[in-house]
Design a binder for this molecule. Structure first.
Ligand code: FBP
Length: 543
């Protein structure tokens, strides 16, 4: 942390996130169990992979005398994957809850992500150290990483360190791939007689780690609000200068939740939603034509400017690209060299050689440890600008001026000061993880629900991670993974967007959300429209 703190840093260090009523007396919580759970798919195979942890019930917290003992707790925590605002709040939530349960409790942070567990690199997290990180963005307290824990040696090393530190619990703060590590470690520890409980916390700005018990991952709120501010600013600039089209790609490796939320917040002229592109089986050619149609219509009305939002994951939803990526994944698993391009099917080869050389290289060589293509490095916005320009040049009736600028909003949304929502939500998740560890649960993900209601009314519990899993081909072999949640084309947020987009395309209805506010509460505590609309839909369904 730098020597000089900004006034806002100072102010946020003093912010105390409110706790939901259910977590207000952490030593008086007991758990109620639902029925046995299943999985998102491939039940039998998953039962084989997770014989001890599969099928366990979801649990809810209730206030009342707890059967759990209140001895000093020892917990290790690790941050996994991409940064998301609120990571430090989960850690301070863990620390504060552990102290409330017993003042001699100790918290250890594994350094640099999951590899820190394997390499046995850790620091003790004390009150003094944490005092500098309360409500701060980023993951710089202990760092993060994307290492996949899978080999016997890695699993053995993990068990050695948690036993050496005599940990009651290991809390893994991560997204879908990172929490596969949580499930694998929980199963491994349990089947080898290790007492350490392993708990996952849902983190990712992508907002795709969700189901009925995880309404959103922390980090989405701050990222969507940060990007929306920037899009609003650019929209105002475009509306003032009236000479540029801005093609803005937004982070989110697969699902288009971020793009959809930003569209609802800012009302751009065009927003591509990857899931809709896949449902309609739209090719790049069709997408470019649709964009060119809007640009030509606007131009005829004297408007040669506008805003186009592109989700980062779009490329994986376009059928010809999806096929290409599938074939490459298969071939690269056998032989990771550039020559695999010669072994592609005819159709995939055509797609591959249509792409600029830099993108070809990224598709071939640029993978994360889980085998994912690094879509954040692929300039889809450049591809689209190029394709749209060609389409417009072919139109004899188009007389406009197409001047396009490209932007990528990604990393700038991940590490800002957590919004009030993320600060509060992540802090509550840290508290929930402590209750789960103390209640002897393992292989569970923390769950805080009822988020569209005031914080006081939020509910808490845990769900077995295997419930979210299915099998998927990764690096050429079937592997257990957490099923991510894509934009629901039948859901309320998409319906709201679809009902407005034609108007937004031709008329100008830009909305300017401005920066994340920390006061006054009436502005600072507004939820994302995604949560509001999904929350309202839930209430309507239940009456
Ligand atoms: P997580 O799933 O780990 O939260 O990360 C998501 C993400 O921010 C994506 O939106 C993006 O594509 C990717 O990380 C970028 O990864 P990296 O930080 O390794 O460049």
């Amino acid at each position: 942390m730098g020597e000089e703190r900004s006034p806002l840093e100072q102010d946020r260090l003093n912010f105390q996130p409110p706790l939901p009523q259910i977590l207000s007396d952490i030593s008086n919580i007991y758990l109620t169990e639902g029925g046995p759970t299943s999985a998102a798919g491939d039940v039998e195979m998953l039962q084989g992979h997770f014989p001890n942890t599969f099928g366990r019930p979801a649990v809810n917290f209730e206030q009342g005398a707890s059967a759990a003992s209140h001895h000093p707790l020892r917990i290790g925590v690790v941050l996994s994957g991409g940064q998301a605002a609120g990571g430090h709040n989960v850690i301070t939530g863990l620390y504060d809850a552990m102290q409330k349960l017993h003042p001699d409790s100790q918290l250890f942070g594994f350094v640099g992500g999951p590899s820190g567990i394997v390499e046995k690199k850790y620091v003790q997290l004390t009150q003094e150290l944490l005092a500098n990180y309360r409500n701060m963005g980023g993951f710089d307290l202990i760092g993060s990483g994307r290492a996949k824990i899978e080999t016997d040696q890695q699993l053995t090393a993990c068990m050695e360190i948690v036993q050496f530190l005599n940990l009651d619990g290991l809390v893994n703060i991560g997204g879908d791939d990172s929490n596969t590590n949580t499930a694998v470690l929980a199963e491994h520890f349990l089947s080898n007689g290790c007492q350490t409980k392993v708990i996952g916390v849902p983190k990712t700005i992508d907002g795709d780690l969700k189901n009925h018990k995880i309404e959103i991952s922390f980090g989405f709120d701050t990222a969507a609000k940060t990007y929306s501010e920037m899009i609003g600013n650019i929209a105002r600039d475009a509306f003032s200068a009236k000479k540029y089209y801005h093609f803005i790609r937004l982070m989110g490796r697969s699902a288009s939740h971020i793009a959809l939320e930003c569209a609802l917040q800012t009302h751009p002229n065009i927003t591509l939603i990857g899931e809709e592109v896949a449902a309609k089986k739209m090719t790049f050619e069709q997408i470019s034509n649709e964009i060119a149609d809007v640009i030509a219509t606007r131009s005829a009305a004297g408007k040669d400017y506008g805003i186009v939002l592109i989700p980062e994951g779009l490329i994986g939803f376009v059928p010809e690209m999806k096929q290409l990526m599938k074939e490459l994944n298969f071939l690269l698993a056998k032989e990771a060299t550039e020559s695999v391009a010669n072994q592609l099917s005819r159709a995939a080869k055509t797609t591959f050689y249509f792409l600029p050389e830099a993108i070809q290289k990224q598709l071939l060589l640029d993978r994360d440890p889980h085998g994912n293509v690094q879509v954040s490095h692929i300039e889809t916005e450049r591809l689209l600008i190029h394709a749209v320009k060609e389409k417009l040049q072919q139109r004899v009736d188009y007389k406009g001026k197409f001047r396009a600028l490209k932007h990528f909003f990604g990393y700038e949304g991940r590490s800002g000061f957590p919004s009030n929502f993320d600060a509060t939500y992540a802090y509550a998740l840290g508290n929930v993880a402590v209750v789960l560890v103390n209640s002897g649960m393992t292989g569970y993900m923390t769950s805080v629900t009822n988020l569209a209601q005031p914080v006081q009314e939020w509910e808490a519990g845990g769900i077995p991670i295997t419930m979210l899993m299915k099998m998927e081909e990764r690096k050429g072999r079937l592997t257990p993974v957490i099923q991510i949640s894509l934009v629901d084309l039948e859901g309320e947020p998409f319906a709201r967007f679809a009902s407005q987009r034609e108007k937004w395309a031709i008329e100008d209805h830009y909305r300017y959300p401005g920066p994340i506010q920390f006061s006054p509460e009436s502005i600072a505590d507004q939820l994302t429209l995604t949560l509001q609309l999904e929350g309202q839909a839930k209430v309507t369904k239940s009456v």
